[in-house]
Structure formats: C-alpha cells, structure tokens
Ligand binder design. Structure first.
Ligand code: ATR
Length: 291
C-alpha cells in the first residue's frame, strides 16, 4: 500500500496539540493525529512531549499555556488529575484521564480509553459486552477503563483477577455499577478455573505479554469454545493470544482501540468525528514497525 505522508504546515497561527508521557519513543499517536490534521486541512500540529517525572510535577499545571489540547499516557494518566480544573464522571470513576482540552483557560480532563475499547469490541470485532460474563486479567489503569466499559455496556458480570488482590478489590469498590455482578479474585489456578469456564469475553490487561518470552499464568484449558479473547497489547502477537488461537478461539488486540480512543480525542479538540478507516490507515501504512 502507498505511504500517505501527512502534510503539515506550521506557522505562527498553528494550534498546538500533543501527547505527554515518559518514555514516548514508541507512541503512534502523532502518526494518526497529524495524519487526520492534514486530511482535514486544520491549522494545527500534534507533537510528542516526553516529560520526566521530576519535570512533570513542576510543569503539569502550566501545560495550558503550551497546548490547545493533549493526550496523556503512561505514567501520568492518574497523576494528571491532580492538576486539572475539571474532569468528567468517567475519568473520576476510572481514576485516570487520557485526553485534556483547554476551555477558557481551564484544563479539562476526560477519558476516551473506555469508549475506544467498547467501540472497538463492538464495531471491529462484533463483540457486545451486554449481558455477557466478562473476565478481566490485571488491575492497573487499563483494567479500570475496561471494567468501566463493561459496566457501562451492561455486562451481566465483571470479574477482575489480579496477582495483587487488593488492587482488584479497589476497582470493584471504586467503579461497580448497581445491578451488575462484580467481584475480585486472585490468580491461582483454582480461582481462575471456574471463571475461565463461565466467561464469554476474556481481556488481558496485564503487562506480561510485553516480554515476548514470558508465558501468561492463564490457562485456556477450560475456556468456553465460544469465548472471545482480547489482549490490549498490539505491538506483537502475545503468547496469551497464541495460546487462545491454538484452542481456535476468536481473538483481538488493542490496535484499533488505540485508533478509536484517538478519534474521540480528535473530536474533543476539533469538533470533527474523524474517518476511522482513514485514521487507521495512517498507522498501518506509515508505521515502521510491523503491527
Ligand atoms: P496499565 O496502566 O497498562 O494497566 P499497570 O498499571 O502497570 O499497567 O498494570 C499492569 C498489571 O499487570 C498489574 O495488574 C500487574 O499485577 P499487580 O497489580 O499484581 O502488579 C499485572 N502484572 C504484571 N506482571 C505480572 C506478572 N508477572 N504476573 C501477574 N500479573 C502481572
């Protein structure tokens, strides 16, 4: 496929957008955001701003003077909340923001990760969470967004399994919705057996797969043959997904979620509901890494 190099013209009137995080070497957001800025011929540009933790606490509040809007990624999604003037209900419950915009000088935070996740499952993989039994592995920031999405979409039950049990329990107490069965478990084979059998959708949010050599603790032996298995990691096919495929289960990864969360951010900043296929093509065609 042909490369589509985004054409960005920067002058004194260009509006500044970007992403903050640490490290930021691997971010794909500038590719897709600048791609769409050029596609819609907007007088703006989007750049990565890597900020180390000691600089972050000194500058976070002042980012309003440098950006019109920005994305927030690891490790600042939670900490950024302390520097905002306002956050939406979802961000408050999830305890994290990934999108900030500036209104009348105020920094306003929102979370588009959970929407990107829910949309991607439904629209890219045709998997609805409604009335389903969901099993989430891991209890970090990503798990919190997935948990919120599952509750929002009226899942039947949402179980969180985590090595550190207290973190899973905290998600239940912070986010649970009325009428949805939710509870936390540990990750021993015994605890996971029953849940793996009952689950319709199994979501890995742990960082285990980032290490290509490390095997996941989860066993697919008793998983329902109709279950859908999803791993948020998209940089390569994880052992978790390889195991699921060996059992002929349907699988998905977080790449399209990344695009969809970015599309919601774009909409907040520019008031344009961007063409998702086009946005995806900027990552797929211009990325140096094989996704
Ligand atoms: P993110 O912000 O992407 O959610 P995170 O907050 O670092 O990332 O969370 C990673 C999750 O992977 C955590 O739930 C972690 O378990 P703990 O809460 O017990 O630390 C889980 N995790 C990472 N490595 C793991 C391993 N080797 N075994 C089990 N769980 C692991």
């Amino acid at each position: 496929m042909q490369k589509q190099n985004p054409k960005i013209y920067i002058d004194g009137n260009s509006k500044r957008y970007g992403i903050i995080g640490y490290p930021l070497k691997h971010t794909l957001s500038p590719l897709m955001q600048n791609g769409m800025i050029s596609y819609y011929k907007l007088p703006a540009f989007y750049f990565p701003l890597e900020i180390s933790p000691d600089v972050f606490c000194k500058t976070a509040k002042n980012l309003r003077y440098f950006f019109e809007g920005f994305n927030v990624t690891v490790p600042y999604k939670e900490a950024m909340i302390n520097y905002l003037d306002e956050i939406c209900i979802a961000s408050k419950k999830i305890g994290a923001v990934n999108t900030v915009y500036i209104k009348n000088g105020d920094l306003i935070g929102t979370n588009t990760d959970w929407k990107g996740f829910a949309d991607s499952l439904l629209l890219d993989y045709k998997v609805s969470l409604k009335d389903k039994n969901i099993l989430i592995l891991g209890a970090g920031g990503s798990a919190r967004a997935c948990f919120y999405a599952a509750c929002q979409q009226n899942a039947k039950s949402v179980i969180i399994a985590n090595r550190t049990f207290d973190k899973a329990e905290k998600i239940i107490s912070d986010i649970s919705f009325k009428g949805i069965k939710t509870y936390a478990i540990g990750i021993s084979a015994n605890e996971l057996r029953k849940e793996s059998h009952n689950s319709d959708v199994i979501i890995n949010t742990t960082s285990i797969g980032l290490n290509k050599k490390e095997n996941h603790y989860f066993s697919f032996k008793e998983v329902n043959s109709k279950a859908f298995v999803y791993d948020l990691i998209y940089s390569h096919e994880t052992n978790f997904i390889k195991e699921a495929k060996k059992r002929k289960l349907n699988t998905g990864n977080g790449l399209k979620m990344l695009v969809r969360q970015g599309a919601y951010s774009f909409e907040y900043w520019f008031n344009i509901n961007p063409d998702i296929k086009k946005m995806f093509s900027f990552i797929k065609n211009n990325n140096q890494r094989k996704l």
